[in-house]
Structures are given as C-alpha cells and as structure tokens.
Ligand binder design. Structure first.
Ligand code: TRP
Length: 316
C-alpha cells in the first residue's frame, strides 16, 4: 500500500512538472498583440498582460508574442491585423477599442481577446457579454461617469459649464459622453463640446474650448490620453480643472477621476487568454467587466488652481 502511494505521488509530481513547461512535441502558439497608440494606461495594460501570461505558465517557448503598435494611425491598425491573419496567428490580443475593432474586422475565425474596451457592444464587437456568440471576448473598463461628475461637484462646485473634449471616432468615448450629457441635463449643468480626429488637433480644440467653459471633461479617450501633456498645459494656462476618465490621465496631468486599475485589465485579460489556450470555448468565457473604482486627484494640478484636495488620495 505504502509503495503504491509513493508511486502515485511520484507520478503526480512528474505530471505537475510537465504541465508547467513545453514538451518537445508541443506546438508553439503564436499571439499577435496590437495596441493602437502609446499612452500610460495602454502601456501598463499590455505589460501586465504579458507578465501575467508568462506567470500562469505560458512561457516564451510555449507562446510567442508578436507585438505591434499602430502609433495612432487607423490604417496601420488595419494593416497589422490583416498581417496577423495572413501570418495565421493562433490568437489576436487587442488593447483598447480601436485595435479590437480592427481585429474583429480582419477575422471572424481567429480567437480575439480584447483588453480594456469600455463598451464592447457599442463598439460592435459582440452582442452577448455573458456568452460571447462569436470569436471575441475580453475585459471591459466601464467609465463611472456619474461618480466623476459627483467628484467634480465636490472639488469645484462653481463649475457649471462643462467642455467635453474627445475623439468622436472612438466608440468608448461616445458612450461616456452620452452619459455625461444625461448627467448634466439632470443636474443643472450645461455643456459644449470639441471633438478631434487625431492627436494633432488636440491643442487647438482644447484652446477653443477653454475660452467657453468652467471645466473640461475628457472620457477615457485614447487620443486625448495620448495628449494629456498638451491638454493639461492649455487648461493650466486658462485656470480650468480637467476631469478625466482614467487614473493614468490624472497621473499625466488631469485634475481628478474615478477609475479602474489599468494593470488589472491586463492581468484579467491574460487569465482569459490562458483559459482560451487551454481549450475553453469562447461562449463559456464571459466578458470580464471591472467596476472597482478608485478616486484619484493630481495634487500639483490642484495647487495650480488653488483647490484644497487634502480629502482625496492624490498623485504628484
Ligand atoms: N477603455 C478604452 C477603450 O475602450 C481604452 C483605455 C483603457 C483607455 N485605459 C484607458 C483610454 C485610459 C484612455 C485612458 O478604448
């Protein structure tokens, strides 16, 4: 009896070891990883995704990652995704809405995991968040618009006229802006908006808006997030608070937000990718929606406006 037990234990140990590393005949899996633009949040999400994937056992010899960044260029997103398809990658991982839409347009066969898409349904990626019906699932960072406006009401109660600054081509932003409009309409606030098509338009759009409003609201828009230094400079000159849709946008110069942890979007996405790689069906992998928010204020930006934000957790 004792002998059998020892044998069983030894066998279990060998199986355990094998599970952690690639065996010689196991095919290496290839992931095409696409990010639409550089900004602090997306970089953090991508880095955490890779780190977590390695951590849960998908080492470089088991999974090769071909990472591409479209640097804010929509046509490049399309080209990269088409390249992934012709390279016959086993999975596409797409960071943020513009990349996820590019991947979805390029293939309906290759499994796609999106990371941090705020409104996957509005983005046209899938219909059923609980049981994805196609080749796509992922993680979602819903923007708590009402919470952000409540915070604005606490920090700058005299700000009554808001200026919305965003890229109207980003579905993620449209959802947040709709909610912002509804909030303003039912809370005695007015708004006006300035939209941009690309990062090069942000400075002039921000300047024109600054002349007309008491405060900015920028949702978690990838174009604006990649231009936060410009936005915060224009706002500082005009002495206007900038409320934003992401913690990293506060770190990069915005005044305040309620937002999710970017790293978590990548970690949870890697866990999903891991389940897919281990053979689980996409229809059994619901979209993982993160709705745990932290308030965050930028102390330097607050000081410049003479605002007391000691009650809040702050950066800088
Ligand atoms: N949620 C955004 C999208 O759907 C991507 C994103 C994640 C983002 N974190 C952000 C955008 C921070 C701006 C700032 O595309």
């Amino acid at each position: 009896m004792k002998k059998i037990c020892v044998l069983l234990l030894a066998t279990a140990a060998v199986i355990g070891l094998c599970a952690g590393s690639a065996s010689a005949d196991e095919k290496q899996v290839k992931i095409g990883l696409i990010q639409p633009v550089e900004h602090t949040s997306l970089n953090t999400i991508r880095e955490n995704f890779i780190q977590q994937l390695r951590k849960i056992g998908y080492s470089e010899d088991r999974v090769a990652i071909d990472y591409r960044n479209a640097q804010g260029d929509r046509t490049k997103i399309k080209a990269v995704c088409q390249q992934f398809v012709s390279d016959k990658v086993d999975m596409i991982v797409a960071v943020a809405t513009p990349a996820a839409q590019g991947a979805a347009a390029a293939t309906s066969d290759i499994p796609i995991v999106f990371l941090a898409v705020s409104d996957p349904v509005k983005a046209g990626l899938l219909k059923n968040l609980e049981a994805p019906e196609g080749n796509i699932t992922g993680t979602s960072d819903v923007v708590p618009v009402d919470q952000i406006f409540k915070l604005a009401g606490e920090i700058t109660p005299n700000a009554k006229k808001f200026g919305f600054l965003y890229n109207a081509g980003e579905a993620n932003s449209l959802t947040a802006i709709e909610k912002a409009k509804a909030y303003c309409d039912s809370n005695g606030l007015t708004y006006t908006e300035a939209t941009v098509g690309s990062a090069s338009e942000v400075q002039s759009a921000a300047r024109s808006l600054a002349d007309k409003v008491d405060a900015f609201f920028c949702p978690n828009d990838n174009t604006i997030a990649s231009s936060m230094s410009v936005v915060s400079q224009v706002a500082a000159e005009a002495k206007i608070p900038v409320y934003v849709g992401a913690i990293t946008m506060v770190i990069d110069g915005g005044l305040a937000t309620a937002g999710v942890d970017s790293g978590e979007m990548g970690i949870l996405g890697a866990n999903l990718a891991g389940e897919m790689l281990s053979g689980k069906k996409i229809s059994e992998l619901p979209v993982v929606i993160v709705q745990k928010y932290n308030l965050m204020v930028n102390k330097k930006a607050a000081d410049k406006l003479g605002l007391d934000v000691t009650a809040y957790k702050s950066v800088n």
